[in-house]
Unconditional design. Structure first.
Length: 398
């Protein structure tokens, strides 16, 4: 089978899936954006053991895509990226296209190319843009934002309805997909790498960056529209008098700009801000943590599952989540005893949970073991790839 996988964001777990398809003997092209700066990308370069029938295709629109430039993204960046994906589809001539982590605008270009070539397209639904637009745009732009949000929702539902197949990352998506009448397969996301085991706390990256002898809360990943970076500021404030504690944030984008400003305003020397690091050292970064931190805005609800949380589970460290309690990642962490979960609007509770974790190394160790155990039981990429192949065959791909 010739499979084209399009992941706008270029996440590590999606390219891992593409490599698994290739390992199984399929001809694969993995397409992603070369222009995002606010999303961590990993392993989107050719590796020595990649087979000849595995192809990487970055789409370069010639300029940086800044996620806070909403109007520019909608009117210019997304259409230009969509045209690049269209070109890749025509070039590769796949039997099936799997497309996700992109707006309905981009997927309209994807579907158009598939219609022209008479091949099935499978929509990999990672988020619902209409839901996010309804939560965010009216607050930001008033009546005009409400109108724009309705258009986004209508457009998304129309594109969803035109899909040949569909994969969602949680059952909770199903009632909100109104225009699609076919089978919806639920395949939860997964962490990108289990590696060979849990890495030591004092590792090469920790020693090189001054974190080997400190106690570290680490947030690594995107900080964007759905996040409340003030939670991280409050944690840093709470520990400012404990000289061995660091609140480390590894990110880029609009949330990072906010943290730079707040760090200066409050004189928070223990709030350490770093840009995205090379993907190959991410396991060491996560292993350097006493507590791994993730946050989501309450409006995200069930519809945005932070990939960073799934990656954290692989690290074998305790987790602190400021995430809506109905979110899938919250349920995973809570039900498996992998960390503490606090409502993202509860700043006092979030800080209290951070203090509880940092003050109880035995509990942290137990939670780390539970997190790793869940990952080892669940993140079988071979089995996951097999389920996707079943979806492809179900829509007529050969």
């Amino acid at each position: 089978m010739r499979i084209l996988v399009h992941d706008y964001a270029g996440h590590p777990f999606t390219v891992q899936l593409s490599r698994e398809f290739a390992r199984m003997g399929h001809e694969v092209m993995h397409v992603f954006s070369a222009n995002l700066t606010s999303t961590p990308q990993g392993l989107n370069e050719r590796l020595p053991d990649d087979p000849a029938h595995f192809h990487l295709r970055p789409v370069d629109i010639g300029r940086t895509i800044r996620r806070q430039s909403y109007v520019k993204i909608l009117l210019k960046d997304d259409p230009d990226h969509g045209k690049g994906v269209q070109a890749a589809i025509h070039e590769f001539q796949p039997n099936v296209v799997l497309s996700g982590n992109c707006s309905p605008t981009v997927n309209q270009f994807v579907q158009s190319a598939c219609w022209e070539l008479a091949i099935p397209s499978v929509y990999w639904v990672q988020d619902l843009y209409g839901h996010s637009a309804n939560a965010i745009l009216p607050k930001k732009f008033g009546a005009a934002g409400s109108f724009a949000a309705k258009l986004v929702d209508w457009h998304e539902q129309w594109i969803l309805g035109k899909s040949d197949g569909m994969v969602v990352i949680a059952d909770a998506f199903k009632p909100h997909i109104r225009k699609y009448s076919g089978h919806i397969e639920v395949i939860e996301n997964w962490g990108p790498s289990l590696g060979e085991g849990v890495l030591p706390r004092k590792n090469e990256w920790a020693m090189a960056n001054g974190f080997a002898e400190t106690r570290n809360l680490i947030y690594s990943g995107t900080i964007g529209m759905k996040h409340n970076p003030e939670l991280l500021v409050k944690v840093a404030e709470a520990f400012r008098d404990e000289s061995d504690v660091r609140m480390v944030v590894i990110s880029a984008g609009i949330g990072m700009d906010y943290l730079v400003k707040r760090k200066e305003e409050l004189g928070l020397e223990n709030l350490v801000l770093m840009g995205f690091q090379p993907f190959e050292v991410v396991p060491q970064i996560q292993a350097s943590a006493d507590v791994l931190v993730a946050i989501l805005e309450p409006d995200a609800g069930v519809f945005s599952v932070p990939s960073k949380v799934l990656a954290y589970l692989c690290a074998g460290r305790s987790l602190l989540l400021g995430v809506p309690l109905e979110n899938l990642s919250s349920r995973i962490v809570d039900e498996n005893g992998a960390g503490l979960v606090v409502d993202p609007t509860d700043e006092v509770g979030f800080v209290a949970a951070a203090r509880r974790l940092m003050g109880d190394p035995v509990m942290r160790d137990e939670m780390g073991v539970a997190a790793r155990g869940y990952a080892e039981r669940t993140f079988d990429v071979s089995g996951i790839a097999g389920r996707f192949l079943g979806v492809f065959r179900g829509v007529g791909a050969k």
